[in-house]
Design a protein around this ligand. Structure first.
Ligand code: SAH
Length: 198
């Protein structure tokens, strides 16, 4: 029984078609991923501050980005911009394993505690520059970028398997990139707001 969560799911349902994504949004305790003082707002459909001038993304945006990756459960996933670890946690329920990169060590450390508190074990956290991807674990079936780039980072496109998908905000617009047999296909979608990819 969690009224906040039920209300959030009611808000997401008309906008998200993938039932697995809705299940994952219901299963990940977002209240474990926000600072204690903001816990009672955790199930609101809004971004919230998490320190270091960063935010945990809006639930609708997390759900939408996860849906666009079309995950089935067996994917190796790269997540850039760990922040609180929330988005990584949702991805971890939708795929097989998540590698998540954050440039602020303090946020990565807190994310590790948040993921442990939520009982999520299939996420590997790394500190560094995610714009370069993670060549030592590439290729990935899916790549999620939770910070706004100024162009689709070429290193990330290169680290997708054929048929793999990359979701990335570029300036103020969400892009889905799919690697095909002979190149990449980029699609521009709805407007979104994200902190910058540094
Ligand atoms: N996905 C997070 C929210 C992301 S906010 C969540 O669910 O809580 C964007 C994050 O990207 C911030 O924590 C920021 O520090 C990080 N970031 C920005 N540029 C980065 C880069 N080049 N490499 C890794 N992390 C980066």
């Amino acid at each position: 029984m969690n009224r906040g969560r039920d209300r959030l799911l009611t808000q997401l349902r008309p906008q998200i078609d993938d039932e697995r994504v809705l299940q994952a949004m219901a299963a990940v305790p977002r209240d474990r991923f926000v600072p204690a003082a903001l816990r009672r707002d955790a199930w609101q459909n809004v971004p919230l501050p998490i320190g270091n001038e960063q935010t945990i993304s809006q639930p609708l945006v997390v759900a939408r980005m996860c849906e666009l990756l079309e995950l089935r459960g067996d994917e190796r996933i790269l997540d850039i911009g760990t922040g609180s670890g929330y988005h990584a946690a949702v991805l971890a329920l939708l795929g097989a394993h998540v590698w998540s990169i954050e440039r602020h060590p303090a946020l990565s450390e807190q994310a590790g505690e948040n993921l442990a508190a939520a009982g999520i074990g299939n996420v590997t956290l790394l500190v560094g520059d995610g714009a370069r991807g993670l060549p030592e674990e590439a290729p990935f079936d899916a790549i999620n970028v939770a910070a706004a780039a100024t162009a689709v980072p070429p290193a990330l496109e290169d680290q997708l398997v054929a048929g793999g998908k990359l979701v990335v905000p570029v300036n103020d617009r969400l892009y889905v990139v799919e690697r095909t047999a002979d190149g990449v296909e980029r699609r521009a979608l709805e407007r979104v707001r994200f902190v910058p990819l540094i």
